[in-house]
Design a protein around this ligand. Structure first.
Ligand SMILES: [Zn+2]
Length: 456
């Protein structure tokens, strides 16, 4: 309990006094101290869920779980919370207190969104941790931030706002507008830091290559993965680093954030307990997390569907927080890319009513070094003109998925449609509908020269 209070005090001080000094105090907490604070927060979360959330109350009752005997998630055996649970029961069944706001995730295995509820107090709490992370990357009150995060039901603009308010920076929110329009309008605010989705930042960088780059301190990308080639091109364009954060709407943003070494995400351990389910010999498996500081809609052992690993070796940057590896893939056929969060149902709907298309099709996500390419391969009954097939598919995309169409128009990805001969796509009995064929390799570790000068 004492350690939990100490942790809270340090978090508060981190953004109210001198974040740099307090970040060092964080590092002085013995590792067992953080662990004990996590356990105390976990016990509180579990009791809250068991007492007040209809979903957890029923699950624990049915499985005979006595939460008073549990002090680590691993003691819950094969009990997990899944995205399917959120969809089937609705977010309301998970509530343990009154909510002030809600967000949605799309692009799951069906068109039904997951609804996630929060209180402003929770958002504020998370903002403190986010502020510490951004401070470590170099964000200061003198910086001028312009964000291109989409505001529609999406959590990222709130996450950013929650963090920036503690650092007292100038902030303009452009929303996810066409990068051309952004370039034309944002320059007037003399931004030093830009936030956006990776595919959107790639497109903005292409524009900057011809029209001229601004003097930026760094770019910060969230919402999807990025290839190291694309990262290098962006960094060359702006002569500034690109940092990635990793999070989900279910986690209220940041589960982890990169440091200057850019080799994995430093874990947000004060707010989450992380586990890896079904790990292979190299430690890769599905990331599972339990929320530790939420009291409106706590999640116990939530299966993220993302394949990664926990890295416990110290990071060359010297920061105390341990890391998560780069996310390798999703385990549910959902791919997060320049088009958006896409799953099999999206393409099934696009192909509805396409003459001579069979039920055998596959969408592959590729990357040409910079931009994601969505290649829709469709087995056809009759051989037809590629151009005609492409015209019909694009028409359906525009009518049925305006958001995905908008991203195509903004050139955040390319769409290729290929008519294939019957029987050519199946590999054995099962046809994988959406496949990620991009190479999401981890970055080789190189310590930037500036690190030795920086005071860590
Ligand atoms: Zn690091």
């Amino acid at each position: 309990m004492m350690l939990s209070l100490a942790l809270e005090l340090i978090e508060r001080l981190a953004v109210r006094t001198d974040p740099e000094r307090v970040t060092r105090w964080f590092g002085m907490l013995p590792p067992s101290g953080l662990e004990m604070a996590q356990r105390s927060r976990f016990r509180h979360t579990l009791r809250l869920a068991a007492e007040r959330s209809p979903f957890y109350r029923e699950q624990f009752r049915r499985r005979g779980i006595d939460v008073r005997r549990i002090d680590h998630p691993s003691q819950l055996g094969d009990f997990y919370t899944t995205g399917e649970d959120l969809r089937a029961h609705g977010g309301e069944d998970f509530l343990t207190a009154r909510a002030d706001t809600a967000f949605e995730t799309t692009g799951t295995t069906s068109s039904v969104p997951k609804r996630l509820y929060y209180s402003r107090r929770e958002i504020d709490e998370m903002g403190r941790i986010i502020a510490v992370g951004l401070y470590v990357l170099g964000l200061r009150p003198s910086d001028r931030v312009v964000s291109a995060f989409d505001c529609s039901f999406w959590i990222s603009p709130w996450v950013l706002r929650a963090g920036v308010q503690y650092l007292d920076c100038f902030l303009v929110e452009a929303g996810k507008i066409d990068p051309l329009a952004f370039y034309a309008r944002a320059g007037a605010y003399r931004p030093t830091v830009i936030f956006g989705e990776p595919s959107w930042i790639v497109r903005l960088s292409e524009i900057a290559q011809t029209k001229g780059a601004w003097p930026l301190k760094f770019l910060f990308a969230g919402g999807e993965n990025i290839t190291e080639d694309a990262r290098e091109t962006i960094e060359r364009t702006w002569s500034a680093p690109v940092y990635l954060s990793y999070g989900q709407t279910e986690s209220f943003g940041t589960l982890g954030s990169e440091c200057r070494v850019k080799s994995g995400y430093h874990r947000n351990d004060p707010c989450f307990l992380f586990e890896i389910a079904d790990a292979n010999a190299e430690g890769y498996g599905e990331l599972v997390y339990t929320t530790l500081t939420r009291n409106v809609m706590p999640l116990v052992r939530y299966r993220s569907s993302d394949i990664t690993r926990l890295i416990d070796d110290p990071c060359p940057c010297g920061l105390f927080a341990k890391r998560l590896g780069k996310v390798r893939s999703r385990c549910d056929e959902i791919v997060v890319c320049g088009m958006g969060n896409i799953g099999p149902w999206v393409f099934a709907e696009i192909l509805q009513g396409v003459e001579d298309a069979t039920h055998d099709w596959q969408a592959a996500v590729l990357n040409d070094g910079q931009r994601d390419i969505v290649e829709l391969r469709v087995e056809m009954k009759e051989s037809i003109l590629q151009a005609e097939l492409e015209r019909v598919v694009r028409g359906h995309l525009r009518e049925r998925f305006p958001d995905f169409w908008k991203n195509l128009e903004m050139r955040l990805y390319d769409l290729h449609v290929l008519g294939c001969p019957s029987g050519s796509l199946r590999d054995g009995r099962k046809l994988r509908r959406v496949v990620d064929e991009r190479q999401m390799l981890e970055r080789p570790v190189t310590v930037p020269a500036t690190l030795s000068e920086a005071n860590w």
